[in-house]
Design a protein around this ligand. Structure first.
Ligand code: ATP
Length: 236
């Protein structure tokens, strides 16, 4: 297993947002975590990336217990988050943002190669490489956020709601690229409200409801599950 989250409890003061959830991601998989507003999806991402510590439970990444490591220490080990709202640097150009993604690395030739790879995945970013990021469209900013995360060579790329605020056609494109990144060998954990896209792209998925995992299975099985169809896909 590349990632194991075990019995994770996460609290905000007296509020318990995660009630002891367990998630596993194997190398090479695309795993989705779906759930409604307030289910705890972002809290799970915060816990895994180290933005917020667990009240109890354990996180094992690549064979190492990382539960007590800081966010930057986890990032250096390859556990990398593209946050909700994207977190790009609006005053920097596209290329500068991508370079920032590689700030922990010193292998200049490989960094240059990875920049080319990012531009290959996102031709739109190549066309706009000198544009300041704050003036990019929402979809382009999401592409940049993913591209920047890739520049750190993640072992596990975690994406928090990549479809947020984007038009359906752009959402399609983003998920298409996520599949391509997976095919190129990066393991992916994606958190999504857009259950249809996420389930149709994922090898496996977990359903989170008010801080508990209520269902797990292959993406295909969950897409066919009547209760999931009713609650998350808007079809009876
Ligand atoms: P959304 O899709 O709306 O972002 P989510 O599934 O990501 O929802 P979380 O943001 O993880 O859900 O929130 C889970 C619960 O924790 C919610 O009840 C929320 O109100 C609460 N919560 C989140 N952040 C905080 C915080 N900083 N302080 C207090 N409560 C919080």
């Amino acid at each position: 297993m590349l990632l194991q989250l075990e019995d994770a409890v996460l609290t905000y003061g007296k509020i318990e947002a995660l009630h002891g959830i367990s998630i596993e991601v194997d190398e090479g998989e695309v795993v989705a975590l779906i759930g409604a507003n307030g289910a705890g999806k972002t809290s799970t991402m915060r816990a895994l990336s180290g933005i917020r510590g667990l009240a109890s439970g354990k996180i094992v990444f690549n064979g190492e217990d990382v539960t007590r490591l800081r966010a930057d220490q986890r990032m250096r080990r390859g556990l990398v988050l593209t946050p909700e709202g994207r977190g790009i640097f609006p005053g920097m150009t596209v290329t500068e943002n991508l370079d920032m993604g590689a700030y922990t690395r010193k292998d200049r030739a490989a960094i240059a190669q990875d920049l080319e790879r990012a531009f290959g995945l996102f031709p739109r970013l190549q066309e706009r490489r000198k544009q300041v990021a704050g003036t990019l469209s929402g979809g382009e900013q999401q592409m940049l956020a993913i591209g920047r995360a890739l520049m750190s060579r993640p072992k596990l790329l975690m994406l928090d709601e990549p479809s947020m605020g984007l038009a359906p056609m752009i959402i399609q494109q983003i998920f298409q690229i996520i599949s391509e990144i997976a095919q190129q060998g990066t393991t992916i954990l994606v958190v999504e409200q857009n259950a249809k896209q996420a389930l149709s792209r994922a090898d496996r998925a977990y359903v989170l409801e008010t801080g508990n995992i209520v269902k797990a299975g292959t993406g295909a099985a969950l897409l066919d599950d009547p209760s999931i169809r009713e609650a998350y896909l808007g079809v009876a």
